[in-house]
Design a protein around this ligand. Structure first.
Ligand code: DQA
Length: 148
């Protein structure tokens, strides 16, 4: 069975409460339930983890390789724009990462236009809300089936 890790970074535990005009009204729990459910349908185990702490996210990235995850769906939140430590962690593991953003970061403040994660990621999805996570799962699913 394929195993995919869904990682969410800082402030994403506040989904549903945090700036709903930008991030929507659904909670992280709603997102995690939906992704686990989609995984069940596709025979993929989806493991969910959220942290507000950079080091915890880095530990999970390392662990993903050590526990044989087939891919990582990762919304690093604001760390996207400046965390070289997270960038290096991704570069140092043998496990593909798809970067996801709920909002269209390119329509927002200038500091959000740069991702230090993108150059070490397989791909990036931004601006499609929660659907972005689902599409990332679909991409890993197709890849596993050789349909990419
Ligand atoms: C975000 C965009 C980031 O700029 C922001 O800091 C977030 C969420 C998104 O999902 O749109 O926390 O990654």
């Amino acid at each position: 069975m394929k195993k995919i890790l869904m990682l969410n970074g800082p402030n994403l535990n506040r989904l549903g409460k945090r700036e709903p005009g930008i991030y929507g009204v659904r909670s992280l729990e709603d997102l995690e339930k939906r992704m686990v459910q989609l995984g069940v349908v596709s025979k993929i185990e989806v493991i969910c983890f959220q942290s507000n702490h950079e080091g915890d996210l880095i530990d999970k990235l390392h662990e993903a390789e050590d526990t044989g995850m087939d891919g990582i769906i990762f919304n690093p939140g604001a760390f996207t724009h400046y965390s070289y430590a997270i960038r290096d962690a991704i570069a140092g593991i043998n496990c593909p990462v798809i970067e996801v953003h709920i909002s269209n970061v390119y329509q927002r403040e200038e500091f959000r236009h740069k991702s230090v994660i993108a150059p070490v990621s397989k791909g990036q999805i931004a601006g499609l809300g929660f659907l972005g996570y689902e599409l990332a799962l679909e991409a890993f699913k197709r890849e596993a089936k050789g349909e990419e």
